[in-house]
Design a protein around this ligand. Structure first.
Ligand SMILES: NC(=O)c1ccc[n+]([C@@H]2O[C@H](COP(=O)([O-])OP(=O)(O)OC[C@H]3O[C@@H](n4cnc5c(N)ncnc54)[C@H](O)[C@@H]3O)[C@@H](O)[C@H]2O)c1
Length: 347
């Protein structure tokens, strides 16, 4: 198959290695340029890709020269708004890593910039694209669970994340913005929009600056309720990192995602195991394969959207609602009170 869409990856750090390898697996995309403000990282990334891939240390210079269909932004949050706005000005569609932004104002500005020039914008929310969650969505859509009443999404571990992502120990707003966003996206994906939220946080590991544990209780507009929770300070053996566990309860059945991607459907007085183990990419390996496979899945979805002129999932506009939940969660925890989610914010 010929490569149909020309792209560039901006940000060649830790997580971008998954993006770069996944693009290599997707024959419809051709990465023609890579960019990192640290040129050595861009040059190393360029050597991964076949053919002549140009390496840049300045995204503005790259956008002047390259003819692109999309950019894949895998930088940390402060650079997202200038990079997305730059792509929009050049008429280039953009994928933006999470957290989309630190403020709703920045996120709204990116959505508006892309709307104005008619380019697509997707936030790289890969958790809903993990194999077990794709499978759970398929089962929910089949009607097997009936009306959904309750869900729990849990990401608790004691893995030393600070080796690969040292910035996590430094940031003031840590686990809600790092993993909580993914869980809120899952809660909205399965149960729909949220109208109220209560959150509590903890700072447990003395080396971190922000909260490394939180739990939030969400009430959805449908009447369903959900719990989202993370901890980076949990003793557990064998280690589940980087897996998410989940429970979905409906009128007719309950669906449970346990350790090692084991999915169970409790229905009519019996329990059925359903296969949901992700494949290990050739370039990947356990325990990262659940994440790695989801990066291939979300990037493949993005190419489908470019081909079909469809709205990506989640779009920037959709992700405004997820970001609102994360920001509202901090406010709820600080004020020790439930907050109501309203159009464009919370109170
Ligand atoms: N979706 C997931 O599962 C997942 C997992 C890990 C990290 N992430 C997210 O990915 C993002 C990157 O994380 P990371 O761990 O790879 O960080 P990192 O610091 O290792 O890499 C970021 C890279 O971006 C470069 N950069 C920053 N601003 C730039 C700019 N304006 N132009 C060009 N290059 C620029 C930096 O030099 C750095 O090399 C974060 O937002 C993080 O939250 C997502």
């Amino acid at each position: 198959m010929s490569r149909q869409f020309r792209g560039a990856v901006i940000g060649c750090g830790f997580f971008s290695q998954n993006h770069l390898h996944a693009w290599l697996d997707l024959e419809r995309a051709e990465i023609v340029a890579v960019c990192d403000k640290d040129l050595a990282k861009a040059e190393t990334a360029a050597t991964l890709m076949p053919g002549t891939v140009r390496a840049y240390d300045d995204a503005a210079a790259m956008m002047q020269v390259e003819k692109l269909d999309f950019v894949d932004i895998a930088t940390t949050t402060p650079s997202h708004r200038p990079l997305v706005e730059m792509a929009a000005r050049h008429g280039v569609s953009a994928i933006c890593q999470k957290p989309f932004a630190d403020t709703l104002e920045d996120a709204q500005a990116m959505v508006a910039a892309c709307d104005t020039t008619g380019v697509k914008l997707m936030v790289h929310e890969n958790f809903r694209w993990q194999k077990p969650f794709r499978e759970m969505a398929r089962i929910v859509a089949s009607g097997a669970l009936g009306r959904l009443n309750y869900a729990r999404f849990s990401f608790r571990h004691g893995y030393d994340n600070y080796k690969n992502q040292p910035y996590l120990a430094e940031i003031e707003r840590f686990t809600i913005m790092d993993v909580g966003l993914h869980l809120f996206d899952l809660a909205r994906h399965f149960l729909g929009d949220v109208d109220s939220l209560f959150c509590r946080t903890q700072r447990l590991n003395p080396i971190v600056r922000g909260e490394d544990s939180f739990h939030a209780s969400l009430r959805h507009s449908s009447g369903a309720v959900s719990i989202c929770e993370t901890s980076f300070w949990t003793r557990w053996h064998p280690h589940p990192f980087p897996q998410t566990f989940a429970l979905l309860e409906g009128d007719l059945a309950t669906l449970e995602l346990r350790q090692d991607f084991k999915l169970f459907l409790h229905r009519d007085g019996s329990i059925e195991e359903i296969a949901a183990t992700p494949a290990i990419p050739e370039w990947g390996g356990a325990p990262w394969h659940g994440i790695q496979e989801s990066v291939i899945a979300i990037q493949s979805h993005w190419l489908d959207c470019l081909r079909d002129d469809a709205t990506p999932a989640p779009s920037g506009a959709d992700n405004l609602k997820t970001l609102t939940l994360a920001l509202a969660a901090y406010d709820s925890a600080e004020r020790d009170t439930a907050v109501r989610i309203i159009e464009g914010g919370w109170k």
